[in-house]
Ligand binder design. Sequence first.
Ligand code: CA
Ligand code: CA
Length: 489
Amino acid sequence: MRLAVAAATLLALQSLPVAAFQRADGSAAQASASEPASDRLIVRYHSAAGASTPSTAAQARARAAVQPYGVQVQHLRATANGAHVFKLDRPVPLTTLEQMAQTLRNGDADVEYAEPDLIMRPQYTPTDSRYAQQWDLFETTAGMNLPTAWDKSTGAGVVVAVIDTGVRPHADLKANLLAGYDFVTNTTTANDGGGRDADPADPGDWTTAGLCYSGSAASSSWHGTHVAGTIAAVTGNAVGVAGVAFGAKVLPVRALGRCGGYTSDIADAMVWAAGGSVAGVPANANPARVLNLSLGGSGSCGVTYQNAINAARARGAVVVVAAGNANTNATGSVPANCTGVVTVAAVNRSGGKASYSNYGAVVDLAAPGGDSGAGILSTLNAGTTTPGADSYAAYMGTSMATPHVAGVAALMLSRNPSLTPDEVEARLKASVRPFPAACSQCGTGLLDANMAVDAAVTASATVVASTVSTSSPATTSTTSAAGVNRRMR
Ligand SMILES: [Ca+2]
Ligand SMILES: [Ca+2]
């Protein structure tokens, strides 16, 4: 019965010409507004856990299982989790992929689980103009109260992994970057001439029309460089911008590229970033205590994601993720809907919900993500395709809100390294001010860095939601931050 329904659904979808399917899938920036697609499945076998390939018989059963859907599959690689990635000969909609996964499970008792390998995308939207002030760090209304927090912690000794598009060696960031790694397996996505390698430099993720199955042409985003700058731009150097945790180090872990990135690569990147081992990749000499995932896609939280999150948490890492930019309930946004993550919504400069921000019960708290007319200023690159000169630009998105929280988690762990991921999350959620403007279902409140740094050394988390910080920006630290901002165009 289930198979009959699946086949009928499939026929309806397959009857669309490829060009029509591509148009119907929506642009890259609005993938969540229409049905996502992928050309990968992740399958874990009881008998092949840890093996480099499943048995010939298992591969034959997989080919047979997807045949009714009119596609062909081939084994691609093993994952850090002991599962296997299969490549389809073309992308298919998520609902069809889920049906295929179920058919695979039903037809092979050796299958522990099978699920779509969802494609994640950076959760940002570029703003049109540049802004010279980092209101997000110090402004009384919706700023993070960082100048006061910096008197107590700057994040020294803590490593924050930025699982993203890689980084540029920006002069205002480079001194705070560790070696990192490139986990992108697909050469088109990677755009650096190969697959996985030890170089997490961002070669650019520009696209041409149709490259991403559906999207229009887009300039390189340098998304990872922007996110990393928010966390740990070099601060106090009289140049450019300040970072939230400028005493911390950023571990750049590349898992996104052209058209986004596969969950299977992101999951391996998470395992490695936290200090776990991944076959074929040298050990991580600088395990991260905080993982920043300013990315997401539509779908449920699969075993692949949840296992990677669990593995990172078991090694003591706090996993901070974007709620998503579709102005919808984040329950349908992954990894925002996974268990054990700190899910972050975005507020605008007035402290109200940013127009694009997702919301809902899975959101833990909010931080500045900016909105039209008042974005988040950070390090960037001027190249429209390949890398150009260092630059600065304002972006907006839950991608921008997330590194504010990751940075504050680093400030907390620097002050008290013995905090567990659950303790960090509970104290983050308790270290908030009430929203100064409407932000419904945005979690416990607006994160206050000073309260969080204090909470890092208290005996237990206490909700102090009624305490509104009114710290004047007239401290030495604030003046310094404002001073470097004024040098911005
Ligand atoms: Ca590469
Ligand atoms: Ca700087």
